[in-house]
Design a protein around this ligand. Structure first.
Ligand code: 5GP
Ligand code: ZN
Length: 114
């Protein structure tokens, strides 16, 4: 989608600090980190949110979770633990309407989230 911030980041039209990339997804550090490690993993295909995932696109989401598990091992936070969050819609406080998974690590998380 031409007017989507994350589509522009994926296309390299807006600079980002890359963590990982493959044919299906792109991971980059959040511009406003909420933990010592905070990056986003997004599908390269524009999908609005978890609410827009279909049986057809669900394998991309599964792939993203496999990527997150691998990055957690490689970056050394799988052992201590971490959090994966996806905000959905207005009440969910989603600010960028392109599906993304926040990966937060490097500190103890609190529950319930705000
Ligand atoms: P949401 O609020 O939709 O769950 O998450 C959007 C996230 O994107 C926020 O954590 C915000 O800091 C991050 N973000 C917004 N604009 C940019 C940007 O231009 N570059 C990067 N790297 N992150 C961004
Ligand atoms: Zn997009």
């Amino acid at each position: 989608m031409s007017d989507c911030l994350f589509c522009k980041i994926i296309a390299g039209e807006i600079p980002s600090s890359k963590v990982y990339e493959d044919d299906l997804c792109y991971a980059f550090y959040d511009i406003a980190p909420q933990a010592p490690t905070h990056f986003l993993v997004v599908p390269k295909q524009h999908i609005q949110s978890v609410s827009a995932v279909t049986e057809e696109t669900a394998p991309i989401v599964g792939h993203i979770f496999a990527v997150i598990a691998r990055l957690a091992e490689e970056l050394g936070f799988a052992g201590p633990g971490y959090r994966v969050v996806s905000n959905i819609g207005e009440a969910g406080q989603q600010t960028v309407p392109h599906l993304h998974f926040h990966v937060l690590a490097g500190r103890d998380m609190t529950w319930p989230p705000g």
